[in-house]
Design a protein around this ligand. Structure first.
Ligand SMILES: Nc1nc2c(ncn2[C@@H]2O[C@H](COP(=O)(O)OP(=O)(O)OP(=O)(O)O)[C@@H](O)[C@H]2O)c(=O)[nH]1
Ligand SMILES: [Mg+2]
Length: 314
């Protein structure tokens, strides 16, 4: 497969080529950039919806139902399942998850998990590139699921246009969500597993904690309840943000944070190479610090100066 072929395939929405390109990104084939630069004109074409929340609340099940809804509405839909954990265990787990969404797929749907194997650009960067590829392939709505707890949940704010935080009834998740900083990033709360019949209580709790103006939608992904309403709400919020200028603001923020990420990974790579070549010298400096000949602070400062010099020479 040559690059031109991959590019054409993506532009025709061919899933094989989309898959190939995303795999190249995951595996760090930098020549994929030749294509990505040509795709820049498609950037921002899709509505990007972040779906996040604690493990097991039904994010993937919900997305599989939202995908069906998208198909009914003739929307061209892409799904990315992002796993911040180790590529080995995470990859295997995500394999199952992605299958669930692919089962509902028709040729217009593209779903896959995303994990990076040691590329300096990292997962965050891979999300940007995968989104761009999906946009170039003609997707007009893209769902990004982030799994589990921790930093990546709030990172999704930098990738998505709007964020839906999924919770389930009576699990204490609502409190957990507040702790994890999800409150700041939620544009809408979805209380899933409504069939468990206790979700109203969670809603009341949420209302009490978060005030009246937060949007809350009740769903049962399992029984297909509330899916249309959720889909409508997501589109409505997106339209609203588009009109109010909020979307522009967020997308600019997104560009800025991607540029900063690029800068970071570029310099980290340089620094990494520099340090690798300095192994012996570092041993020597360490010894000097250990023997009290020079302070650790001063030693680090010297190395930094040397690094800066090497940049000038580069
Ligand atoms: N009763 C009930 N179970 C549900 C509902 N939605 C999902 N589930 C079940 O909850 C379990 C977890 O669902 P997933 O969709 O994998 O949840 P998730 O949030 O994507 O999970 P992680 O990706 O592991 O964080 C599965 O056994 C689903 O069948 C629902 O509306 N009602
Ligand atoms: Mg999932």
């Amino acid at each position: 497969m040559d690059l031109e072929q991959i590019k054409e395939g993506i532009l025709h929405g061919d899933r094989r080529y989309i898959a190939k390109a995303i795999t190249m990104i995951e595996e760090g084939y930098t020549n994929i950039y030749e294509i990505l630069e040509d795709f820049e004109e498609y950037s921002g074409k899709a509505k990007i919806i972040g779906i996040t929340g604690p493990p097991g609340v039904g994010k993937s099940t919900l997305i599989s139902k939202l995908v069906k809804e998208a198909i009914n509405r003739n929307h061209n839909v892409g799904v990315l399942l992002v796993d911040p954990s180790s590529p080995i265990s995470g990859g295997a787990l995500l394999g199952n998850r992605v299958r669930m969404i692919e089962e509902v797929s028709d040729p217009k749907v593209y779903a896959r998990s995303l994990a990076t194997r040691g590329w300096t650009g990292g997962l965050s960067r891979a999300i940007d590139e995968a989104v761009l590829i999906l946009e170039a392939s003609g997707k007009d709505i893209i769902f990004i699921e982030t799994v589990g707890a921790g930093q990546i949940e709030t990172e999704i704010f930098k990738k998505a246009d709007i964020v839906a935080v999924i919770l389930m009834p009576y699990s204490g998740d609502e409190i957990q969500a507040l702790k994890a900083g999800l409150m700041e990033i939620a544009d809408i709360y979805v209380i899933n597993k409504g069939d468990l019949d206790r979700n109203k209580i969670t809603g009341v709790t949420l209302r009490t904690i978060m005030g009246k103006d937060k949007r809350i939608v009740y769903t049962s992904a399992l029984y297909n309840e509330g899916i249309k309403e959720l889909y409508d709400s997501l589109i409505n919020i997106w339209d609203e943000y588009s009109k109010s200028g909020e979307l522009d603001k967020r997308r600019k923020l997104k560009i800025k944070s991607s540029i900063i990420e690029d800068l970071n990974s570029y310099f980290l790579k340089l620094l990494d190479d520099f340090v690798k070549n300095k192994e012996q010298e570092l041993e020597k400096i360490t010894e000097e610090v250990y023997q009290g000949k020079i302070s650790r602070y001063k030693a680090a400062k010297n190395v930094i100066e040397e690094f800066k010099d090497s940049l000038h020479k580069a």
